[in-house]
Design a protein around this ligand. Structure first.
Ligand code: AMP
Length: 286
């Protein structure tokens, strides 16, 4: 039986605890998050709990992955409630370090990996530096926790690919486990940012997933160019929406598809502003 959850803010303390677990031959599952937890995060936690002896969740709002200072400032933080949710879902260790613990002022951040186009397209194009920030913090967290398995959501598809690339290039001995996107009953992908939507915006937010589902349906009969134009226009008919991109890509490279010749690997992905909240979503088309 699991009794309680241990909480740490210091690297040395969480390492000491995990060293004990390692000595006892326990397997470790790791779920890195930025907190403001919802059912999407809890699905990852649940899977880790089922597949490992010990589950570690980190909560760290990583400043260096925010290209927009307002987004960082307004990012929801709710550590107390997060702790309760993690405890009730069987998480064993919560690691919630300070910014100074992860980024000591005397240390200079550096990551000698060139992700090539993967970090320049889609999210990378609109959020310069974002994936470098993600990769730096995930590498640090993997070095600290040294998990057997680490769990990431397909909701952040490009992030998942960046992390897989990071782990493979640096030969970090961890299995990256990709988890399906968890949605609200109306289809909106769960996200910590959803709580920043107004009531009116929340009502129309499900149109993002509806548009992606329409893209999938239309892919049987229409060309990629026609579908993309239709979907962007359809979303923007509602003045609350501003589509930053909506692309149909090859899910192995995230490069745009122009013809349906790789149908089985097609992925529709989009980033949409709803008021002043930026939401992303994607859907595998086959
Ligand atoms: P975040 O706290 O937004 O950085 O997310 C932490 C992890 O949870 C990432 O691997 C996300 O991809 C994953 N995640 C966030 N939202 C969802 C969701 N709706 N369904 C599945 N996984 C999610």
């Amino acid at each position: 039986m699991r009794i309680g959850m241990k909480e740490f803010t210091l690297i040395s303390e969480v390492r000491e605890e995990l060293d004990k677990a390692l000595k006892n031959g326990k397997t470790i599952g790791f779920v890195p998050t930025m907190g403001a937890l919802h059912k999407g995060h809890l699905e990852l936690i649940g899977r880790s709990v089922r597949e490992n002896d010990i589950t570690v969740c980190s909560i760290f709002v990583n400043p260096i992955q925010f290209n927009n200072p307002e987004d960082l400032e307004k990012y929801p933080r709710n550590l107390k409630q997060d702790g309760k949710m993690l405890l009730s879902h069987g998480c064993d260790i919560l690691f919630a370090p300070s910014v100074a613990e992860i980024y000591p002022p005397e240390e200079k951040e550096d990551l000698k990996i060139d992700f090539g186009t993967l970090e320049q397209i889609l999210e990378g194009k609109f959020r310069p530096g974002h994936f470098r920030g993600v990769a730096i913090v995930v590498k640090k967290l993997l070095d600290i926790v040294k998990p057997d398995r680490a769990y990431f959501g397909k909701k952040d598809y490009q992030q998942l690919m960046i992390i897989s690339e990071l782990v493979s290039r640096l030969q970090i001995p961890v299995k990256i486990v990709a988890c399906e996107t968890v949605r609200e009953p109306d289809g909106l992908a769960m996200s910590s940012r959803n709580m920043r939507l107004t009531i009116g915006e929340r009502k129309v937010a499900a149109k993002i997933f509806e548009a992606l589902k329409q893209v999938k349906e239309r892919s049987a009969t229409q060309s990629i160019g026609v579908i993309k134009k239709w979907a962007i226009k359809h979303l923007q008919e509602n003045p609350a929406f501003r589509v930053e991109y909506l692309e149909i890509v090859d899910k192995r490279t995230l490069l745009p598809l122009t013809k349906w010749n790789n149908r089985q690997n097609a992925l529709a992905c989009t980033a949409v502003w709803l008021g002043n909240v930026r939401l992303i979503d994607n859907l595998e088309l086959f």
